[in-house]
Design a protein around this ligand. Structure first.
Ligand SMILES: NC(=O)c1ccc[n+]([C@@H]2O[C@H](COP(=O)([O-])OP(=O)(O)OC[C@H]3O[C@@H](n4cnc5c(N)ncnc54)[C@H](O)[C@@H]3O)[C@@H](O)[C@H]2O)c1
Length: 243
């Protein structure tokens, strides 16, 4: 158990999958959590407050962070988990809007929320930001240019933000999950052939539970990780090293 009593975290994408697991694990470890998502949350915990929000809307994010700061007094950390997947076409058939939708959510949304939350954490000269990248930042397949670019962008953005925040004692790291069973992937992994094939190419022999990604985020939010900065940790059952 890591004691995060009195700590306040922002979690985007907190209504589903990895974001929800991170929010629940932070709550289990005594933190307060402010969740941001398009969709309603099923988390009903006295230390959880949900905001229905779009991470691409900077004005909305500013209002929410101002209100959160007033209510909770401070912000100690941010998990950028809201994201979308798209993998359907080669880049030469991809429309400008299709490209933009993924980049604006996965990359620009992470930039915007980090900017707004970092300004709060900078006041206290202390904080942690955890971004979510993906194995697809490094290991590619056809028809995923916009998604892969957004996730490789997260690796670079993580390192760049860490350096910009070096004088504020705010560490910025990212987690790159492998195949994980969430709202994003359930329809695919519920097809037995897809699941069997996916498991056959992962050295661990199984897809991840979102809690296994949340465990690493919890470590990155704790004091145990204070000397890790600008890093991306692959949590993929060995997928990357097998390619
Ligand atoms: N599931 C996987 O196998 C896997 C693997 C690697 C990386 N990831 C990444 O993990 C992150 C979380 O994905 P997940 O698998 O938990 O998906 P998910 O669909 O279960 O959850 C994503 C959540 O983000 C929210 N969201 C999306 N766009 C938003 C926006 N603009 N504003 C506010 N909320 C928004 C959705 O409503 C949803 O609740 C994503 O960035 C995804 O790319 C997932």
């Amino acid at each position: 158990m890591i004691n995060l009593h009195d700590k306040v975290f922002i979690v985007s994408g907190s209504s589903s999958g990895i974001g929800r697991s991170i929010a629940e694990l932070l709550l289990e470890n005594s933190a307060s959590v402010i969740g941001l998502d398009f969709s309603q949350s099923i988390i009903t915990h006295p230390r959880f407050r949900h905001y229905t929000a779009d991470i691409r809307d900077e004005q909305m994010l500013i209002s929410i962070m101002d209100e959160a700061e007033t209510l909770f007094g401070k912000i100690d950390g941010l998990a950028n988990c809201a994201g979308i997947y798209s993998s359907s076409k080669p880049f030469f058939d991809l429309g400008y809007d299709e490209w933009n939708q993924v980049i604006q959510t996965n990359l620009t949304g992470t930039f915007l929320l980090s900017k707004v939350a970092a300004r709060k954490m900078m006041k206290n000269k202390k904080g942690k930001i955890v971004n979510i990248s993906c194995i697809r930042s490094r290991i590619f397949r056809p028809n995923m240019s916009e998604y892969a670019a957004s996730k490789a962008g997260i690796v670079a953005l993580t390192a760049a933000m860490a350096l910009d925040l070096k004088d504020y004692n705010i560490q910025v790291n990212s987690v790159a999950p492998g195949f994980t069973y969430t709202g994003m992937t359930a329809a695919a992994f519920d097809v037995p052939e897809v699941r069997e094939f996916s498991e056959s190419i992962i050295p661990a022999g199984r897809i991840a539970d979102p809690k296994e990604i949340a465990n690493v985020a919890l470590f990155l939010f704790s004091g145990l990780s204070n000397y890790i900065n600008g890093e991306t940790i692959f949590v993929d059952g060995g997928f990357k090293i097998s390619k």
